[in-house]
Write a protein that binds this ligand. Structure first.
Ligand code: PMP
Length: 379
């Protein structure tokens, strides 16, 4: 089989090869960390040290890490932990991942007052309009740090500062799944109370993540059982997952500057090649260089995806369905039309793959020109 050029790293990343060593160690030292014999206590010590280190990598040493099965569970746990008293509202942005957005919808259906923050054409929450949505009755604000669709970076610091000013009791949560290890994250500087991360977006295994919680902030557990994670998330700990998350977190934080430079160059190369080719395109969202969300109006993103797949290049569409009416809540909230949404693809980079951007750009340009020719021939 030909070599695959994997450019769907916002969906998941290729795990670091070094995780095999962690796995080997965990399969030798497989004891249940809740047990009281020496071997089990050693396992426990390792992941308690991982907990401390991960909080440190986030710039939130004195906060608490609760390990979960990933970002979806961490986001759900965050939103479930806040009590909304008499008409108090939950504020989320229209660009949230379904793990926040659908959870908020479910809470709304059950009677919670939910307010949706609009996003601007650049994909980020418009911080000049916060006063219209965040009030003294806002009990919680949950806004993602970086969009999984467009890479747009939200100004969490400004949002948190504003919300705390109008209601000092407000709880600020940010879904940092696409941010941590990719852009600089310092939780005390951001001013959040809760922050979500996931291992498989930073070259770790699927099915493990964490919710960071500021010390003193209440968490209401949803998984009740044996009392692990200080009673906040029961279930025998995913030791391999947790130790892997620690390894990956350490590495991506240490290597962040050179990684950023590498993926920014990939992005720049592709855009320069598109410019030189004269192909018409529009970039959506300007933030994290890890994600290039791009519209080729008039084309079907899905057809473009499969054309590139035939050349061994894996990307993603910007449209969640292949029916006549395309949908993508984020792109729609940014003001894109049906035909723009239909013609949108997402290319997302890994800092640990070496990409031949010349090859990728040429295949992309060829595919766009060829599909445009076919379409105009049909008209
Ligand atoms: N939030 C964001 C921003 C994401 O990109 C993702 C993964 N697509 C999730 C949450 C869900 O993460 P997980 O797969 O770890 O549950």
């Amino acid at each position: 089989m030909e070599k695959i050029v994997y450019l769907d790293n916002a969906a998941t990343t290729k795990p670091f090869g070094e995780l095999a060593e962690i796995y080997a160690d965990c399969s030798q030292n497989y004891y249940n960390p809740s047990a009281v014999y020496g071997g089990a206590i050693d396992v426990r010590k390792k992941f308690e040290s991982a907990r401390k280190n991960i909080a440190k990598f986030l710039g939130g040493e004195t906060g608490n890490i609760i390990f979960t099965s990933g970002a979806t569970e961490a986001n759900n746990l965050a939103l479930s932990s806040v009590k909304f008293r008499g008409g108090q509202n939950l504020v989320v942005s229209l660009g949230e991942h379904p793990a926040v957005y659908q959870k908020a919808k479910t809470m709304q259906n059950a009677g919670t007052n939910v307010t949706y923050l609009p996003i601007s054409a650049d994909g980020a929450v418009d911080t000049t309009r916060l006063a219209e949505y965040i009030t003294k009755d806002t009990a919680m604000v949950s806004v993602m740090h970086v969009s999984n669709e467009t890479g747009a970076i939200n100004d969490i610091k400004t949002i948190a500062k504003f919300a705390k000013k109008v209601n000092p009791q407000v709880i600020i949560h940010a879904d940092g799944t696409q941010a941590f290890g990719k852009i600089a994250v310092d939780l005390y500087d951001l001013g959040v109370d809760m922050y979500t991360i996931s291992a498989h977006k930073i070259y770790g295994p699927k099915g493990v993540g964490a919710l960071w919680v500021r010390s003193g902030v209440r968490v209401v557990p949803t998984a009740i059982g044996g009392g692990q994670e200080n009673g906040l998330r029961s279930g025998t700990e995913n030791v391999f997952g947790i130790l892997s998350l620690e390894y990956c977190a350490k590495r991506v934080v240490q290597e962040l500057p050179q990684n950023l430079e590498k993926v920014a160059a990939y992005r720049k190369d592709i855009l320069s090649a598109l410019d030189a080719s004269g192909v018409e395109y529009k970039v959506n969202g300007n933030g994290s260089p890890y994600i290039l969300n791009i519209t080729f109006e008039g084309l079907r993103g899905e057809v473009l995806l499969h054309t590139l797949e035939a050349d061994g290049i894996y990307i993603s569409t910007g449209s969640a369905c292949s029916s006549k009416k395309p949908d993508n809540r984020t792109l729609r909230a940014m003001g894109l039309s049906d035909s723009q949404i239909m013609g949108t693809v997402r290319i997302s980079f890994s800092a640990y793959d070496n990409i031949d951007t010349k090859f990728v750009s040429q295949k992309l340009i060829d595919a766009v020109l060829d599909l445009r020719k076919k379409i105009s021939g049909r008209k």
